[in-house]
Design a protein around this ligand. Structure first.
Ligand code: GLV
Length: 331
């Protein structure tokens, strides 16, 4: 008998076909969003869950699904899952690192450039039929070349973002839990470790690339934004909740920093509506990893982790390798 798998969301059909070779799959190609109760009901009798970052798997779900043995998350971040509860319950959890690093770094740059040079704001103005003459001071933005790029969270994605700054002759500073190896700092355009305060004070363009955990909730709030330069831009391609969105809205409204580029929000997709009234923010719907090849690679990576686990192998991207896997009696 094949193990049973629930798909939290729709996925590429060929990935579903691949999973079907190994699992008895309950697909969700209608892409229905499951409430917590619906998820619990669907997970009864399931051995595994194919999850995405917007599907919350809190401790209550884990407690209510005794047969669940593995959650394969199609994302590098896994803060949607209560990892401690999963680990305590003997549930394997995997993610999809590496395959999205370069694409996400590309997108951080897309947001940075669009934000600093007011690309979407000026396009909206043009589309609204307001362009009737060239002006010497029309849509003046900030330079990117020669500026100081600050990166908070210097993992693989942060380093790839930093590396791209070589072509813009930028100085790179970063703040991280620990200093990178010298070779990694060199790779990252000779990035220099600084304190969080110096990062905030000095960066012309500050990019957030750190994973979310409760410990970094509102790491960028009113006090931190107050330390930034008035002409600075803030880019968040990491996770909602790292920035205090209400504090950011107030700062943007009062032009205490020049602009922000956001791909992630608190409570997304129900993000704070006041962002919509601001012209100095570029808003995208959590698409940093959304190139066609990368989303396919992520989908297959999540699938392969699940297949490996149920084929008796170590999933390549286990995020709780110390877990003692539960033994489930099938019947
Ligand atoms: C996307 O946000 C991811 O964590 O992969």
């Amino acid at each position: 008998m094949k193990p049973t798998l629930l798909m939290a969301r729709a996925v590429f059909p060929d990935v579903l076909d691949y999973l079907g070779q190994y699992f008895d799959v309950e697909a969700n190609q209608e892409d229905i969003l499951f409430s917590q109760d619906a998820l619990i009901a669907k997970l009864q009798g399931k051995d595994a869950l194919y999850a995405v970052s917007s599907q919350l798997v809190p401790a209550a779900v884990i407690a209510a699904c005794p047969r669940l043995q593995m959650i394969g998350n199609m994302a590098v971040g896994f803060n949607n899952i209560d990892l401690a509860a999963a680990t305590a319950a003997g549930i394997l959890v995997s993610n999809t690192p590496d395959v999205l690093t370069e694409t996400t770094a590309d997108f951080a740059w897309a947001l940075l450039m669009a934000t600093a040079r007011r690309v979407t704001e000026s396009e909206h103005w043009l589309r609204a039929g307001k362009w009737d003459r060239w002006c010497y001071d029309g849509f003046l933005g900030a330079d990117v070349h020669g500026a100081t790029l600050g990166i908070l969270g210097m993992g693989r994605i942060g380093q790839s973002i930093a590396r791209r700054s070589m072509g813009f002759d930028m100085r790179v500073i970063y703040h991280n839990r620990s200093r990178l190896a010298e070779s990694d700092e060199q790779y990252a355009n000779n990035a220099q470790l600084v304190s969080k305060e110096e990062l905030l004070r000095t960066a012309d363009h500050l990019v957030l690339a750190l994973p979310y955990s409760p410990a970094v909730h509102h790491t960028i709030g009113a006090a931190e934004i107050a330390q930034m330069q008035p002409g600075a831009t803030l880019i968040n391609i990491a996770r909602g909740g790292i920035v205090d969105d209400v504090a950011l809205i107030a700062a943007l409204r009062e032009h205490r920093i020049a602009a922000a580029g956001l791909d992630v929000y608190e409570n997304e997709p129900a993000f704070h509506p006041d962002f919509l009234a601001l012209s100095n923010v570029v808003l995208t719907p959590h698409i940093a990893s959304a190139s066609a090849p990368t989303r396919r690679a992520m989908a297959m990576c999540a699938a392969r982790n699940l297949v490996a686990a149920f084929s008796g192998e170590q999933p390549p991207n286990l995020v709780n390798p110390g877990v003692t896997r539960k033994v489930v009696a099938h019947g």
